[in-house]
Design a protein around this ligand. Structure first.
Ligand code: DGL
Length: 308
């Protein structure tokens, strides 16, 4: 049985900033816990990796993360990684592992029309776990799935480059209305859709923008509050009003944007998420199958003053 007495050290993993939407819900509800946030930018985006590569990466990274930081609970703050690796990871670890999966159940319970949209990564939108979730919890609904990498990029760009001068703001993000409309068209074609599941933890960061494509009655649902509730139940700790006591550490496995230096990244995490410290950690991975995958921009060691 899980001990409920002391403070807990909670680790969260995602491929990038997405899991910070989950972190926000957890830190707001249970501010007295310690949190360590791991963004695996070396293998970002998870949604375009093969199941095999994603599993081997997340399983070895998850195991090393738990060991390195002596975590009490691990939250896979990523729908793609959870729907593909959750069970395997639970089998390997002796601590509780909480997964984040698309909120199909509440969407089905609250939909009046029986037509639900699912916005996720391509991997999540088509994998067997998600299909089972739909069969089990929304048997009487029609679910229209859209798998999108563009929306993940948009959310990343919003956090890292939105207010940057043009030379820092790579590419054409935020995307034009026409491009987003095309991306969402399968759902937009069905006017009766009244619930849209945000089945990727990146999407709450562009929730307002996404909402503007749909009529006001359409509800966009994410899983943040449900995960906070799950953590609360698991630990037996009630939500607290107290201010956060411990520092939150963020750990990145590579730099999300080569145009932003380490100090700037840390400053943005502080301003936007009240995360006080950022470190570079390469995850001590011996991962043969995933070795050939392109690694994103490594930190310039002169910038990365804090290497674990
Ligand atoms: N945030 C992740 C999710 O919830 C995945 C984003 C990605 O790396 O593709 O699925």
């Amino acid at each position: 049985m899980f001990s409920t007495s002391s403070n807990k050290k909670i680790g969260l993993i995602d491929s990038g900033i997405g899991g910070l939407s989950v972190y926000q819900s957890l830190a707001e509800t249970l501010p007295h816990f310690s949190y360590i946030y791991l963004a695996d930018y070396a293998y970002h985006p998870y949604g375009t990796l093969s199941e095999e590569d994603l599993s081997s990466r997340v399983i070895s990274l998850g195991q090393n993360f738990v060991k390195k930081f002596s975590l009490d609970i691990l939250v896979i703050a990523c729908n793609t990684a959870s729907t593909i690796t959750l069970q395997k990871l639970r089998n390997k670890l002796s601590i509780p592992v909480i997964g984040v999966v698309p909120a199909i159940k509440p969407a089905a319970e609250n939909s009046k029309s029986g037509l639900i949209g699912l916005l996720a990564t391509k991997a999540t939108s088509k994998n067997p776990y998600t299909k089972n979730l739909i069969e089990k919890y929304a048997p009487n609904c029609q679910v229209i799935s859209v798998g999108s990498h563009l929306l993940v990029q948009w959310a990343e760009a919003k956090i890292w480059t939105q207010n940057d001068p043009p030379q820092h703001n790579q590419g054409s993000l935020p995307p034009s209305l026409a491009i987003v409309k095309r991306e969402l068209q399968d759902i937009l074609l069905h006017e009766e859709v009244d619930m849209i599941v945000l089945g990727c933890t990146h999407f709450p960061f562009i929730k307002e923008e996404l909402q503007s494509f749909f009529s006001v009655g359409v509800q966009l649902l994410d899983s943040g509050a449900a995960i906070a509730k799950r953590l609360q139940e698991m630990t037996g700790h009630l939500p607290r009003q107290t201010p956060k006591k411990t520092k939150t550490l963020a750990v990145f496995t590579a730099n999300p944007n080569p145009n932003i230096n380490f100090t700037d990244l840390e400053k943005r995490l502080k301003e936007r998420f009240h995360i006080e410290e950022l470190k570079l950690w390469q995850g001590e991975i011996e991962n043969k199958t995933a070795k050939h995958l392109p690694t994103l921009h490594s930190f310039n060691p002169t910038n990365a003053s804090k290497i674990l």
